[in-house]
Design a protein around this ligand. Sequence first.
Ligand code: HEC
Ligand code: HEC
Length: 301
Amino acid sequence: MEGVALGRQLFYDKALSLDRTVACASCHLPNHAFTDTLVYSRGVNGTLGSRNAMPVFNLLWANRFFWDGRSPNLRDQVVQPVQDPLEMHLPLEEALSRLRGDAAYRERFGKAFGDETVNVERFQKALEQFLLSMTSWRSKFDKARMGQATLSPAEQRGFDLFMREFSAPGTGRPTGADCFHCHGGALFTNRLFENNGLDSVLQPGFQVVTGLPGDRGKFKVPSLRNVGLTAPYMHDGRLATLEEVIDHYDHGVVQSSTLNANLRVQTGGLRLSAQDKSDLIAFLHTLTDSTLASNPAYAEP
Ligand code: HEC
Ligand code: HEC
């Protein structure tokens, strides 16, 4: 508990940035499921980053971190934004000495870890504990699953489309939007890295981790929980709205060597009707958990 409380204090503390203007929470805002509404995040001195901020909740169930998966665990992850010149741009030792110079922090480290020593390992553990405490399970979709809410016909139809496989015209089978292969399960992600057809010239993506050419252009499959709050979308924020996202999957998927096999066979696109698209979006909005932003346990202390 004391570790979580310390981690929360650190998450909201601007003293962890070079000019004391940027906290973790500057880019991970509670009202937007802990993202920042920008295409690219801005760090100290307004420095423009190169990626779209990711939501931070339900991370207990994630196995690698960042869009390209370059960080293997949260303890490794939490020290990176502090030092990143595009984000908080503060040498880690300087961050720790600022904390050591603050009696209130020394006391908090003492409560959490038994003595007042402030070191990297404890800093990592405290932030990790706070991040792991952030969970989101109270969306309309969850309530419907527990019998405490009912999906509207449009929302239910959107869910059915989401969960149904694509079938080419002429097969006689009902066709679907085929989202579940990558965004299935309770977290609405398969927890893998995939190429969802954004580019023909591939960026490295997950290849930075594995070194394999077959992983080029693959990025972390994001959870779709709270996706109604996290615009803009994709690792580079290129899509402004959920309408644009659906249009991408409907007719914008670009072929390339590592394109996911399920998308590869959708030649000619998903061919969704206007009704299908709006029902899919209605379903996606049922994944919004409004208690995340209002949860006092995650708010600025
Ligand atoms: C300047 C904006 C900014 C600041 C400050 C910032 N982040 Fe982030 N955060 C991002 C961006 C952008 C990404 C995605 C970066 C990437 O993939 O290269 C990200 C990714 C993450 C992830 C990965 C989530 C996942 O699902 O893989 C975690 C965890 C995270 N940040 C936690 C933190 C913590 C903890 C701090 C403070 C120590 C922090 N962030 C500070 C913008 C920021
Ligand atoms: C082949 C796997 C795959 C399939 C199938 C797939 N997605 Fe995705 N989805 C991804 C990946 C990977 C990303 C992130 C890509 C990136 O940023 O480079 C993503 C991103 C998204 C995002 C943006 C989330 C964010 O936080 O930025 C939304 C929304 C989304 N997908 C919805 C859908 C819907 C709806 C369907 C079905 C029509 C679908 N996806 C089908 C893999 C897939």
